[in-house]
Design a protein around this ligand. Structure first.
Ligand code: CO8
Length: 374
């Protein structure tokens, strides 16, 4: 048995930002346009008029101030309301592969390693650009990595589930190392015309390099334990898929082809699930609350994270104990907890313990207990 360790992380951040003010201005222009275009049907009571969004609501309900996206022009055009991304040729890198490549190269540089040191690539994300060939195999090819690669999807928990898969393979000896990458183009599966959710998501890619601790060349985070759990729920759902063409209704742009959720129910049901999951995981590994130096949580909602932090620690977290990045990035699905980990972990001292936790659609919860070495 070998000891798996996280020796490098990397974050690719798109260069375009949408502030809440910009988002609400565009959304409200779309609403005015929609209501004007449908005035007769609205007057006849056949269509419900759409309501304006507000910056105050968005910040108060979520804590989000802005989000990074691959393309803001389409999203902010009231006549379009989705990103405009050019069709790529089959012989050029896909968008997800390109984003993941940038994050992967940063993670390898941080670990002091090259692609020659990688045995496997796992592309774990909440949506995949195509069915096959796997995006992970494309990334493997772009980096010239030997070994194998595969895609997986556990929505917002994709990264932690991917880390567990990699850590288990390293522990057993079937591989020496793995890159787990999480390219998330949430802007392409968000319904920007729906006021209940149009503010929630952003785009990003993260990468985590995991290898045998004995191969680490600098300080690292030993993976002490991982735990994954799922429990079926329809409260976060996206019905898009390969059966789309075969549906007799022939409708190509139904609301359920994009992200849908019952946010209130998710909030209520996921909180106890996550708090209990973390408590049991810590308990089984003899990690006391007082041992826990940092919590890197999934980044969906500030009140949700505040609640989980209080519940896990038994007191309000001190500043920095449970870092949030969602004010800048919004919810980036599986990448959120890894962005927080990548940006706020270097200061931990030798022997200090932290916990990464993701949660989301499925429902799914994944936690990783790590200990700083060196
Ligand atoms: N502006 C103004 N008012 C608004 C707006 C708006 N934009 N939106 C809603 N309102 C109104 C509502 O109509 C409602 O009015 P009324 O009281 O008159 O009915 C009122 O404000 C309150 O609305 P809500 O009850 O919906 O507001 P909440 O306080 O519940 O906040 C949240 C909404 C922020 C969505 C909150 O419920 C939340 O964060 N829930 C948890 C969500 C969550 O964590 N989901 C995880 C999903 S992510 C995941 O698993 C990955 C999926 C794959 C990625 C997908 C990428 C696209």
């Amino acid at each position: 048995m070998y000891t798996p360790a996280i020796t490098g992380t990397g974050v690719f951040t798109p260069d375009q930002v949408i502030t809440n003010a910009e988002l609400v201005t565009a959304f409200n222009a779309y609403v005015d346009l929609f209501n004007a275009q449908n005035a007769a049907a609205i007057d006849a009571g056949q269509i419900t008029p759409k309501a304006h969004s507000s910056e105050e609501f968005i910040f108060k309900a979520s804590g989000i101030e802005q989000r990074y996206v691959i393309d803001k022009t389409g999203v902010l055009d009231p006549q379009v309301m989705h990103p405009l991304l050019r069709q790529r040729e089959d012989d050029e890198p896909s968008l997800m592969a390109e984003m993941a490549l940038d994050a992967a190269q940063k993670a390898l540089a941080k670990a002091g390693k090259t692609a020659a040191d990688v045995d496997a690539v796992i592309c774990a994300a909440s949506n995949l650009e195509r069915a096959y060939p796997a995006v992970a195999i494309e990334i493997q090819n772009l980096l010239n990595i030997n070994g194998f690669a595969f895609d997986m999807n556990v929505a917002c928990s994709s990264a932690t589930f991917g880390i567990q898969a990699a850590a288990d393979m390293i522990r057993s000896g079937s591989i020496r190392s793995a890159l787990v990458v999480n390219p998330e183009i949430c802007s392409a599966h968000l319904e920007w015309r729906d006021r209940d959710c149009h503010f929630i998501f952003g785009d990003v890619a993260t990468a985590t390099f995991i290898e045998r601790s004995e191969d680490a060349t600098g300080s690292y985070f030993e993976i002490k334990s991982t735990r994954c759990a799922t429990e079926f729920s329809n409260n976060i759902r996206n019905n898009n898929g390969f059966l789309r063409r075969s549906r007799p209704d022939g409708v190509k742009d139904r609301r359920d082809m994009q992200f849908m959720q019952n946010g209130r129910k998710v909030f209520k049901e996921v909180l106890p699930l996550v708090a209990d999951h973390i408590a049991a995981h810590m308990d089984d590994n003899n990690v006391e609350t007082t041992d826990l130096k940092r919590l890197w949580l999934h980044q969906a909602n500030k009140s949700m994270n505040d609640f989980i932090g209080r519940k896990v620690l038994g007191r309000p977290p001190e500043p920095g104990e449970q870092p949030n990045i969602l004010q800048d990035y919004a919810n980036t699905s599986s990448a959120g907890s890894i962005i927080a980990f990548a940006k706020y972990s270097d200061d931990l001292k030798d022997g200090e313990t932290g916990l990464i936790c993701s949660f989301g659609a499925g429902y799914s919860v994944g936690s990783v207990i790590v200990e700083r070495r060196g």
